[in-house]
Design a protein around this ligand. Structure first.
Ligand SMILES: [Zn+2]
Length: 448
């Protein structure tokens, strides 16, 4: 995917918002069709059948016919792709799209180009023997900085060319979020080659340090500054106090959203730069295996059994998600396919990277690691990253007889758990902003 910022004129923006509305309507219709399916019933309509139904619907409804047929059909195509990938994509079943939240549509290129096989020979149709003609997006480079792309119904729309050349793609997707238009061309990027030295790097992702590398480097994902965070709170406060449905309320929420979008941009930028650095500089990149979905699950509980420290857990979840752990792993995987490994996470932070001894007493504090067996002293995050680079976090479950594994007396906690906050002070917000209440939730585990 290659993404650029788009600058439509106000008329073009109006037409494109209409496209968004049509695409959303068609998508939601497809979602609704598929929710009626249950086990034992005939399967819900697929892409081809849905396209036939769309044609019928366009004949009966003038407002739907007024929209672009390609945009509407591509929404169905997107839905079919999402539905087929629901077990592998990580997004699950396709769900509802909301106005102002999921604004976007896909455009299929109108230009025709000759298709070629991977070896450069012309791609031939099996029946007719003629060369296959494929779709291509019409992109016109204006100058070094600007290019234009053809969008149905609104002519050519300008976008900022932030790469040397516009990509050659068959389709693109236009999105509208936080008052900004973007265009993303559907291209698979060329994988980045490793240095070929066989160098291995381990990455320990944490909250105090976003990514600690096994070579001792500590990388931090940029976040909003204390001042900016105060501004977000100010705008949210003003929005809540503004009269219901007033212009001021909308404006204040928009200001808060703009700042948050800025934070997301910084996080994305950092993830892209870091993942490129990792893919370029190392032949094998090892991450510890984290289930971020489970780690950031709400502590709210149910009405009958409400959870404990719900606000604190929500705050921790926010901090975890602000680190960009998942995106860093995902983008590194894209850029260095086959060169990224996931190492089991248990005990990576308690194991001595020198002698392999696992003991919770080795971890003196959040930052300090001192092996209780061999006396090896190191930064705790670097030590964990070294364990990840070595590809091991220790044995998955400590055996009672094993010397290094610690003991698990029946009904009690294992002696190799990470240090508990009651006797170890863990500053969660070492980089600005104070929230002492979160300290107790760093090693979140359900209380018995
Ligand atoms: Zn040791």
């Amino acid at each position: 995917m290659a993404r650029f910022r788009m600058y439509p004129t106000s008329e073009q923006a109006g037409v494109m918002l209409e496209h968004c509305a049509h695409a959303r309507y068609v998508w939601n219709l497809a979602v609704e069709q598929h929710t009626h399916w249950y086990k034992g019933r005939r399967s819900a309509p697929g892409f081809a059948e849905q396209c036939r139904q769309l044609t019928e619907a366009r004949r009966d409804n003038a407002w739907l016919a007024a929209g672009n047929a390609d945009v509407q059909q591509q929404a169905l195509k997107d839905f079919a792709t999402a539905k087929n990938a629901r077990f592998a994509s990580g997004f699950g079943e396709p769900t509802w799209r909301r106005k102002h939240v999921h604004e976007g549509f896909r455009v299929i290129g109108t230009d025709r180009v000759e298709e070629f096989e991977a070896d450069g020979s012309p791609k031939l149709n099996a029946k007719t023997g003629k060369q296959v003609m494929g779709r291509s997006v019409v992109v016109q480079k204006l100058n070094r900085r600007w290019a234009r792309v053809k969008v149905p119904g609104c002519g050519r729309v300008r976008f900022r060319l932030s790469r040397p050349e516009p990509p050659r793609a068959k389709t693109f997707r236009v999105t509208f979020r936080n008052g900004r238009w973007h265009i993303a061309f559907a291209v698979v990027p060329v994988p980045i080659d490793g240095p070929g030295t066989g160098e291995v790097i381990g990455i320990d992702r944490g909250v105090a340090v976003s990514a600690a590398l096994s070579d001792g480097r500590k990388l931090n994902c940029p976040q909003l500054t204390v001042k900016e965070r105060a501004q977000v709170r100010k705008h949210q406060r003003r929005a809540v106090r503004a009269p219901k449905g007033s212009e001021q309320k909308t404006a204040e929420y928009a200001k808060a959203a703009k700042l948050k979008a800025c934070e997301a941009d910084r996080r994305k930028d950092w993830c892209e730069k870091t993942s490129t650095m990792l893919a370029r500089g190392y032949d094998l990149v090892r991450f510890e295996k984290l289930n971020i979905n489970n780690m950031t699950r709400s502590a709210r509980g149910t009405t009958e059994r409400p959870g404990k420290q719900v606000r604190q857990k929500a705050g921790l979840n926010r901090v975890i998600l602000a680190q960009g752990w998942g995106l860093l792993r995902q983008r590194t995987g894209h850029k260095a396919p086959g060169r990224v490994e996931d190492v089991p996470a248990p005990y990576t932070s308690l194991r001595c990277s020198l002698c392999g001894w696992i003991d919770k007493n080795s971890r003196k504090s959040q930052a300090e690691f001192c092996c209780s067996s061999c006396g090896f002293t190191c930064n705790a995050d670097t030590n964990a990253a070294a364990n990840v680079a070595a590809g091991q976090g220790g044995i998955p479950r400590p055996r009672r007889t094993a010397g290094a594994g610690g003991t698990t007396p029946p009904g009690q906690r294992s002696s190799v758990r990470e240090p508990q906050p009651t006797w170890v002070g863990i500053p969660l917000f070492s980089r600005g902003g104070g929230c002492q209440a979160l300290t107790g939730m760093l090693f979140c585990s359900p209380q018995p």
